[in-house]
Ligand binder design. Sequence first.
Ligand SMILES: [Zn+2]
Length: 233
Amino acid sequence: MNPAFQLSRLQKIDSEIDQITLRQQEIARMISDQTVIDEIKERISTLDADLKAASKILKNIEEKNDRLQMKLQEDEHALYGGKIRLPRELQDLQNEIASVKNQISDHDEAQINSMLQIEELEKNKEKLLKELAEAESTFATRVAGLKGENTSLEKKRDNLLTERNAAVQNLDSSFLEKYETLRKIKRGLAVSVVVDQACTACGSTLTPSDWQAARSPERLVTCSSCGRILYAG
Ligand SMILES: [Zn+2]
């Protein structure tokens, strides 16, 4: 059988297997790439830290407020209890009550602001959790599709390997060796088809004698420019 034809058949099979391998590598990379999900998780953990800090601030304000309320009660109790009679002392106590009331009013405002801030952060977190759920569901759908594609590629590869075994069966081992060596050094393409008397791999035009030789069914001719095995069809 024409060795150039046999090798061109082998090349076609191997090129298809190479493409399948490339696509499978791409699929494996896409399946393991969770960048989008990781980014959202990162934003959620930043928000959690902000929420924790804001809650601590709110707790502080509430505790201070409790202490001030207690102080106010005590002062008012003293004021209306009738035990303090001296006008000077009464005046001091009234001044203190006014000052505590002012502080309470300031703290109330701070408390409201702090609560509003926490509410805002919680809303943002809710939004992000929704975003995360959507991203995870999109990713899962995508992964399922990619796994399906991978399974059919696997079947295709098995078929091609069977075809390949048949293709190399009657091939002279020295030709096969030459082919394998060229595959390694010529980025997978060992056999080049000749079209219009030119090598389609490198584009150079064949000399009339090479062209003649390439069409001979028994001989194996290589391109004088790129070194690939020529198949003249
Ligand atoms: Zn060439």
